[in-house]
Design a protein around this ligand. Structure first.
Ligand code: NAD
Length: 449
């Protein structure tokens, strides 16, 4: 199928590349000429495992880049909207979606071919029907259901696993407004082996995406609240507490042969320094604001955000508890990305900790295996971003481990040789507390007396 993807950020580029990989002819459109030029050169402009490999053999043939939205749309049978939906005063800003819909509509005016427009951006329930549809119909002079198809198809990819998630989806949700949209989307996704395709309305598809993100964010904040309580109890470790919780067969089912299944959901039921990224914080905020506008109270979502907002402060508090006043102290901040296997630093808890350490007068050196360019731009100027882990650790009296990169598993070995070992504050609880001389972690209670 000939496909245009409008908005080539994380979602647009990964979707476009993966659709090209399975044989579709894809044009990725963006306002940002530098991103388009990078696609045309066959270079991934963001770090995502497996993406460059796909672009190596699709760019220039089945995967193209363009800044000419109208030409791309007219050359296609289906157009996806994958533009950003940022937060504005806590509410979703639909400005990019609205203008993309208007531009796609204008391109379809006087263009009688059947065409389907699919919203892939995360949008609050009702947006596809009440915002995108009128823009499209007005600008195109055409009617949805009459050769113009409309759908909402949320994206569930996880950054750092985005290519695998797209190529081997656990679910495909098709919120279709008409038959043409359903037929084309089923054909688009036919090459992907997916256990479940859920066909529903656009409004329900939009609600599924928000609910999916909100429940994961809630698990994290719940675990953090419990972790902060356990940290007050002598000899108690939230990790062991949670391990006992996981063993409930409803969390970890026991197969007929006696083996346990360890579901991925349990990684969200774990205490740490809080969630970040381009989705959870803005999507939970947007859902809260959307609920308020519908007179539906969301005290639980309020608490989810409040707990998350204070969680980076727990890391700083642990450093202060171990080191005293941080003014003039040399510290290492390990991990800037909001999670491993990505260079995305948007809303990363590490940035919040960096700001607090600067405010406290600490001398901070940071390191991240991937987020170098993005980290350099986002970190406060007073924080020096180092090229190696060793450089960041040099002379450090305290270490804040903020991202669970596998590269940091070497820390115990690296620190073992230090005569005056630093305090390591494990914001992700990824290291064994006994593996370093001075350890503090989220959710770890004091030694019993
Ligand atoms: P992004 O900010 O990385 O990319 C958006 C791109 O759209 C930018 O490159 C921008 O230049 C471009 N753009 C904006 N208006 C345009 C227009 N009129 N024409 C052409 N290009 C235009 O955003 P993202 O992280 O890829 O997210 C996109 C959407 O997908 C958001 O709604 C987000 O919530 C959702 N989503 C993101 C993820 C994720 O992991 N990042 C996962 C699932 C869903």
């Amino acid at each position: 199928m000939r496909v245009a993807v409008v908005g080539t950020g994380y979602v647009g580029l990964v979707s476009g590349a993966c659709l090209a990989e399975v044989g579709h002819e894809v044009i990725c459109v963006d306002l940002d000429a530098a991103k388009v030029a990078s696609i045309e050169r066959g270079e991934a402009f963001l770090f995502e495992p497996g993406l460059q490999e796909i672009m190596d053999h699709t760019a220039g043939s089945r995967l193209r880049g363009s800044t000419d939205l109208a030409a791309a749309v007219r050359a296609s049978e289906l157009t996806m909207i994958a533009v950003g939906t940022p937060s504005s005063d806590g509410r979703i800003d639909l400005g990019y979606v609205r203008s993309a819909a208007a531009a796609i509509g204008a391109a379809l005016r006087e263009h009688p071919e059947p065409h389907v427009v699919v919203v892939k951006s995360t949008v609050v329930p009702g947006t596809t029907e009440d915002v995108v549809r009128p823009e499209l119909e007005r600008a195109s002079g055409r009617r949805v259901g009459d050769g113009l198809g409309l759908a909402m198809n949320p994206e569930f990819l996880r950054e750092g696993n985005a290519v695998v998630d797209f190529m081997e989806p656990d679910r495909i949700v098709l919120g279709v407004a008409d038959d043409l949209a359903r037929e084309r989307l089923e054909a688009l996704y036919a090459p992907f082996a997916c256990p479940d395709v859920l066909v529903t309305t656009p409004r329900t598809a939009e609600a599924i995406k928000y609910t999916s993100n909100a429940v994961l964010a809630t698990l994290i904040s719940f675990s953090n609240e419990i972790g902060n309580l356990m940290a007050k109890l002598p000899g108690v470790d939230v990790r062991t507490v949670m391990e006992g919780v996981y063993l409930d067969r409803r969390w970890s089912p026991i197969l007929e042969d006696g083996r346990r299944v360890r579901p991925g959901i349990l990684t969200y039921l774990a205490a740490g320094c809080g969630f970040g990224g381009s989705c959870f914080p803005k999507d939970v905020q947007a859902l809260k604001a959307f609920a308020r506008a519908h007179d539906a109270p969301t005290p639980l979502l309020e608490a989810v955000m409040d707990i998350n907002g204070s969680q980076p402060g727990e890391v700083v508090a642990l450093l202060e508890r171990g080191l005293g006043d941080l003014r003039g102290r040399r510290l290492a901040l390990l991990g800037v990305a909001f999670k491993p296997d990505t260079d995305d630093v948007r809303e990363s808890p590490s940035l919040r900790v960096a700001q607090m350490l600067v405010a406290a007068g600490a001398e901070t050196r940071a390191f991240d295996p991937a987020a170098r360019e993005t980290g350099r731009v986002a970190l406060p100027a007073q924080v020096q971003l180092c090229d190696t882990l060793e450089d960041a650790l040099e002379g450090a009296e305290g270490v804040a481990l903020m991202t669970s990169w596998r590269d940091f598993a070497v820390l115990p070995a690296l620190l073992a040789s230090r005569e005056d070992p630093p305090l390591l504050v494990d914001g992700r609880r990824m290291l064994d507390p006994r593996s370093v001389a001075r350890y503090a972690g989220i959710g770890l209670g004091p030694e019993p007396s």
